[in-house]
Write a new protein. Structure first.
Length: 113
């Protein structure tokens, strides 16, 4: 580390690559929250890049995205649910960290036919 608290040039972490195929597969899954808690999914699935335990504006790689319906993601069209981008603290209180759903999503995609 130098006086700017940054690694020497050339030793930066590699940036996450875009993975549109993985994001398409995530969007093809049902909302992980609706499915786990027995809610009726009222809107299409979107790919959510986790925001819990993220530092600053660091980009979360596509291969860590999880499937959320609009109600659990943005809450723009379906306001009947707790949307993570509207009330993160309440969402985490009810459903846990969004990072907790990454492994299950990756497992489902790996085992999909």
């Amino acid at each position: 580390m130098n006086i700017m608290n940054k690694p020497p040039l050339g030793l930066k972490q590699p940036k996450a690559r875009d993975n549109p195929k993985y994001l398409r597969e995530v969007r093809a899954l049902p909302c992980c929250i609706c499915e786990a808690f027995g809610f009726t999914q009222l809107s299409p699935t979107t790919a959510h890049h986790p925001i819990c335990e993220r530092h600053g504006n660091e980009r979360v790689p596509d291969h860590e995205a999880i499937p959320l319906c609009d109600g659990h993601h943005q809450g723009d069209f379906d306001t009947s649910k707790i949307a993570i981008h509207r009330d993160r603290a309440l969402w985490v209180e009810w459903y846990g960290s969004d990072r907790d759903w990454i492994a299950a999503t990756q497992d489902r995609i790996r085992t999909a036919p």
